[in-house]
Write a new protein. Structure first.
Length: 239
């Protein structure tokens, strides 16, 4: 198996969050994308870690057991004007979200969120801050994705994808040949607390294949008993 290309070479991210399921969800996803991840489960240890090391990005939960998330945000920003800060907020925390942006946070995501949604925010924020990161344009097999503008072209012709279809195709194209299980795709695209059936993945893959002209299922392969993978190479031995 070829070495996977890491998308965020040597970007350091600090997660300050007290909910274990979200910590794991973030830790696994971010590490897979090539981030160096540090975790703090409360505000004070978050600030301690932050002051001990240089981070490119902080993902900060606003509801923490000890320190107020807004206070942490203020301290992070005054300690480092360059670090990217993304807040994790609950639906009811709208005033805090606005206060957080006023205190220097770059963006926020509202729980529940999907990993791809967070990753899109991270990409946008790091791009604005001029951080080393992966290309906004991804190409494979006559398909060109522009992840900054969310445009898709196949052989130069525009294709209309829904946000979920786009996220699926982007994930596949950034990780060619990797087999994704339905559960992984659900986790990544639909979110860690999606309550529906894994059939939703099959339905979206079906639509995506139709739209990119892959009715023969040679680009997006079904790996029976496993899941799906994207295989842009023509001389693929498994073809
Ligand atoms: Ca919390």
């Amino acid at each position: 198996m070829p070495l996977e290309e890491k998308n965020f070479p040597s970007s350091y991210v600090l997660i300050i969050e007290d909910e274990q399921t979200i910590i794991e969800f973030l830790r696994v996803g971010l590490a897979y994308e090539g981030f160096q991840v540090e975790i703090a489960c409360d505000g004070w240890s978050g600030l301690r870690l932050f002051n001990a090391q240089k981070f490119d990005l902080v993902i900060l939960d606003l509801m923490l057991p000890d320190l107020n998330g807004l206070e942490i945000c203020r301290r992070l920003r005054s300690a480092n004007p360059d670090v990217a800060i993304i807040l994790l907020t609950a639906k009811r925390e709208i005033p805090d979200r606005i206060a957080g942006l006023n205190l220097g946070a770059d963006d926020y995501v509202t729980k529940p969120f999907s990993f791809e949604e967070l990753l899109a925010r991270i990409r946008a924020v790091l791009r604005r801050r001029g951080r080393p990161q992966e290309q906004a344009i991804v190409t494979a097999a006559d398909i060109m994705l522009n992840c900054a503008t969310h445009e898709v072209h196949k052989n130069g012709e525009p294709i209309d994808l829904t946000p979920k279809e786009f996220a699926l195709l982007e994930l596949f194209m950034r990780h060619p040949r990797r087999v994704f299980t339905r559960e992984t795709l659900l986790n990544r695209i639909w979110g860690f607390d999606f309550a529906g059936d894994t059939n939703v993945v099959d339905v979206h893959i079906h639509h995506l294949r139709e739209k990119i002209g892959d009715r023969a299922k040679r680009l997006i392969r079904t790996n029976y008993g496993l899941g799906y993978s994207f295989r842009p190479d023509e001389d693929d031995p498994l073809a």
